[in-house]
Design a protein around this ligand. Structure first.
Ligand SMILES: Nc1ncnc2c1ncn2[C@@H]1O[C@H](COP(=O)(O)OP(=O)(O)OP(=O)(O)O)[C@@H](O)[C@H]1O
Ligand SMILES: [Mg+2]
Length: 273
């Protein structure tokens, strides 16, 4: 059995250029304080409202490497922590992304953590309390987290069912920040900057977005995300007619219900016809 001493170059995880992030409140200062305390953080908010972008921005701002892990229900603890692999020289230990993050002092972002099974989620427990360590049971090693290491998880409170909730013992290891779609002025600015459309067009997209968000709980599970508004803007900036662009990004992906589609299309017509 060969001892794995592959050293990971933390530079490859550094966010190289400044991600565009428009602050909506005092989240940057609050997050900085949480990072300084190395407090694990949970970011809550609907899909496409800027959580991932915020973490990228903060990693860049703090000059720390960022390792993002998209969670899903098939994910096992070994996918996070690591496993022995067979190669021509025998077995070799391969660190998982969580272990790498703990070793190099990265900000480790577990996206959609609720999707993971609870027996997978518990592996983060020793890293998120005073121990700040990760036991690699199969390897018989205890990895002490690098002083810069911080764990951040995201959570969408909307569509996640009660069956898929985090255990209290997991929740109560985190400080939290709430995210939501930004107000109309800020969202218009985001659409303009991210898609290249003019401010008037961006403003119309935002207003359509607001109408659709009012349908949440009345036929729509989730309102239109900032991400989809950016998509609409990008198509318009590429020369697609606004009505077609809106229908491709703000109607078709969202619902198959003909009545709701009519309502959404009518909102689009109000602003672009
Ligand atoms: N405050 C913001 N500043 C800049 N861009 C933003 C902001 N909020 C949203 N966006 C835009 O919206 C898109 C979606 O944001 P992001 O990917 O961060 O969403 P998310 O909250 O992580 O969604 P999910 O829960 O689905 O992963 C970004 O790619 C960006 O274009
Ligand atoms: Mg995300």
């Amino acid at each position: 059995m060969s001892e794995n001493k592959t050293t990971v170059d933390s530079k490859q995880y550094i966010v190289k250029s400044e991600p565009y992030y428009e602050a909506v409140g005092d989240e940057i200062t609050l997050y900085e304080a949480a990072y300084n305390a190395r407090m694990p953080m949970i970011l809550k908010g609907p899909t496409g409202c800027g959580k991932s972008r915020f973490v990228e921005y903060m990693a860049w701002n703090l000059g720390k490497p960022l390792i993002t892990i998209a969670c899903n229900e098939d994910m096992t603890a070994s996918d996070l922590v690591g496993r022995f692999l067979l190669d021509k020289d025998g077995t070799k230990w391969q660190d998982g992304p969580l272990t790498t993050a703990a070793r190099i002092g990265a900000i480790c972002y577990l996206d959609e953590v609720v999707e993971a099974r609870q027996d997978t989620t518990v592996v983060i427990h020793p890293l998120t309390d005073h121990r700040r360590a990760l036991p690699l049971d199969k390897k018989g090693e205890l990895v002490e987290a690098h002083p810069d290491f911080q764990l951040v998880i995201s959570y969408n409170p909307g569509y996640q069912s009660l069956m898929k909730d985090l255990k209290q013992s997991t929740k109560q290891r985190f400080g939290g920040l709430d995210f939501d779609y930004p107000n109309a002025k800020i969202e218009t600015e985001i659409i303009t900057k991210e898609s290249g459309v003019d401010e008037t067009t961006a403003g119309k997209l935002v207003q359509i977005g607001h109408r659709a968000r009012n349908l949440k709980g009345h036929g729509l599970d989730e309102g239109i995300s900032t991400r989809l508004l950016v998509y609409a803007g990008q198509l318009i900036a590429k020369g697609v007619a606004p009505v077609a662009a809106c229908s491709m990004t703000m109607v078709t992906p969202l619902t198959d219900d003909p009545d709701i589609r009519d309502t959404l299309n009518a909102a689009v017509q109000t602003f672009f016809s």
